[in-house]
Design a protein around this ligand. Structure first.
Ligand code: G4P
Length: 529
């Protein structure tokens, strides 16, 4: 494969995900972004809840019932001379480990913040995950067509709560009914807002130069106010710095309204210009595989079962790290040590699956999985390395799971272990009793598991409450000390689906005390798969 061709394809691509708190506007901004990519002719109102229309990414049976999206879908669309891969992260009650793990497959994130609400807790959690890899973050402050909080105060909040510096790229003029538009600090131009244009790509109404008298004619008293504010903002906030952005220390901030499709293009311009092209990934050999490596490689970050109910199949989502995927090529499935022929990889356009003939670093392809592929698996051109950094995350919610029909214990275990391998949920078996404890990051995972246990494994299970605050994977280099800990803390220890030792803490205080009491034991919040 000529390196130049790879380099050209890579240079075009940007692979990113959106992080936000539910209702901040992720779905809406996704539609507008696709509209800019002209995938959707007209970005309609696509909210599923209660209405017949569904967002283009709502497509599983459960999603249709609930009007929410359970699965990560991948959207590829052209923007200017670039090609964007937007990975959809499950957001509402369907928030799950998939959401977290999707963030390991991207090279940048867009953080969407509701301008009336500021930084909310889901955003804080997701930002924590992006910090594991210092992913560069762009910020879009949304809903400027409503009454909002003071923009400077919002930036302060982002800086102090999320511990990242803000560099405003655009600055809002008014808000709510008197939202006039934004001033672009780098381009020295004012882009005027017209309401009711959200379904289209608008003709831009731009006034060059902040001192341009036309600005006073068009927006009256707001012009002078803007000049004062910009002076203040330039004094009080950070300038954009590419290196600091790339290291995850600074975020460029854009203001706008997703619903009004205003300001989204500024953000996309920033994404294309500044976000990193598809990056290499580290391996267990301590090296980084770059996109121009000698052949195809990638890692699986998500497995989705029954994407097509007619076929009851499972699809593994692989992020390509290096080389070119070509239909019919062979790849080494490293964990099982076999070379496999891939003739039917898929791409996804929000649920529409299409066979893909070629794909490049930064792209996501779907591999048909007949039970051999697991989350975290590496595929390569023939060498035996494994990509690292695709973790399991400590669950935050727990339930004891019990069968309605006790005779089906075997099927239950089998189902749970498989669902755990897929990352749908985590299972813990305490060392001291026969309980089965299910752990999840988001509450909908519990429903999904019961639903799938019934439809795929024929078992009816129910949940009971259990007193668990959190789980931590336990490590210790010193075997003796680990043995001692195992003996003393037996009542709180369990094995997870992959037989890894886990400390199950009933309360926060208990965890803190245990950590203090056993300083030689490491308690990990994530575990490499
Ligand atoms: P999410 O995916 O992050 O959960 O948010 P989503 O896009 O679904 O947006 C949540 C709600 O906020 C929606 O209203 C949506 O229309 C609204 N919204 C998004 N962006 C803007 C904006 O820029 N301005 C205003 N005013 N509203 C915005 P909803 O009432 O929940 O749904 P719907 O019935 O209006 O579709």
């Amino acid at each position: 494969m000529p390196k130049l061709e790879i380099a050209n394809e890579v240079a075009k691509r940007r692979t990113f995900a959106i992080i936000s708190h539910p209702d901040a506007g992720k779905t809406t901004i996704t539609e507008k972004v696709l509209l800019h990519g002209q995938k959707l002719q007209k970005a309609g109102t696509v909210k599923g809840r209660g209405s017949k229309q569904h967002a283009k990414s709502d497509w599983m049976e459960m999603e249709k019932e609930r009007g929410i999206s359970v699965t990560t879908s991948v959207m590829q669309f052209p923007y200017r001379d670039g090609l964007m891969n937007l990975l959809d992260t499950p957001g509402h009650e369907d928030f799950s480990e998939d959401t977290y793990r999707t963030l390991t497959a991207v090279d940048a994130c867009l953080m969407v913040i509701d301008a009336a609400k500021g930084v909310e807790d889901r955003t804080i959690k997701l930002m924590e995950v992006t910090r594991l890899r210092d992913t560069p973050i762009l910020t879009f402050i949304n809903k400027l067509d409503r009454d909002i909080r003071d923009p400077l105060e919002l930036l302060d909040e982002v800086e102090s709560v999320l511990n990242i510096m803000c560099a405003p790229i655009t600055w809002p003029i008014g808000s709510g009914k008197s939202f006039k538009g934004v001033y672009h600090l780098l381009r020295d131009e004012t882009i005027l807002y017209k309401s009711g244009q959200g379904h289209t790509i608008q003709e831009l109404d731009i006034i060059q130069g902040i001192d341009n008298p036309e600005l006073d004619e068009r927006i009256g008293v707001y012009a002078e106010e803007l000049r004062e504010q910009i002076e203040l903002v330039q004094g009080a906030s950070n300038d954009f710095d590419l290196e600091m952005f790339l290291s995850g220390d600074l975020t460029p901030v854009f203001f706008g309204t997703a619903l009004g499709n205003f300001g989204v293009d500024h953000m996309l311009d920033g994404m294309l210009e500044w976000a990193p092209k598809p990056q290499g990934r580290p391996t267990d050999a301590g090296e980084v595989v770059e996109p121009e490596a000698p052949g195809i490689s990638g890692f699986v970050f998500k497995i989705q079962a029954n994407m097509d109910p007619k076929h009851r199949d499972r699809v593994a989502f692989m992020r390509i790290v290096s080389g070119r995927y070509e239909k019919g090529m062979r790849m080494r499935h490293v964990r099982i040590g076999k070379d496999v022929r891939i003739s039917d990889a898929l791409t996804f356009v929000a649920g529409d699956r299409e066979a893909v003939d070629e794909a490049w670093p930064g792209d996501i392809i779907g591999l048909h999985n007949h039970g051999t592929i697991q989350i975290g698996d590496t595929f390569s051109w023939g060498e035996d390395f494994r990509f690292t950094g695709i973790p399991n995350f400590a669950p935050e919610m727990f339930r004891r799971i019990r069968l309605k029909d006790p005779l089906k214990q075997k099927q239950l275990l089998k189902g749970l272990v498989q669902l755990a391998e897929e990352g749908a949920v985590q299972v813990f078996r305490p060392l001291m009793n026969n309980d089965l404890i299910v752990g999840a990051v988001g509450v909908l995972q519990f429903d999904v598991v019961v639903h799938r246990l019934k439809s795929e494994y024929g078992v009816q299970a129910i949940y009971e409450n259990v007193q668990v605050y959190t789980a931590r994977w336990v490590y210790c280099k010193d075997e003796k000390k680990l043995d001692e800990f195992r003996r003393r803390a037996e009542h709180n220890l369990a094995l997870d689906g992959g037989e890894n030792l886990t400390y199950i803490a009933p309360t926060r205080a208990n965890l803190m005390l245990t950590e203090e009491r056993y300083p030689d034991i490491e308690f990990h919040k994530t575990r490499e798969v």
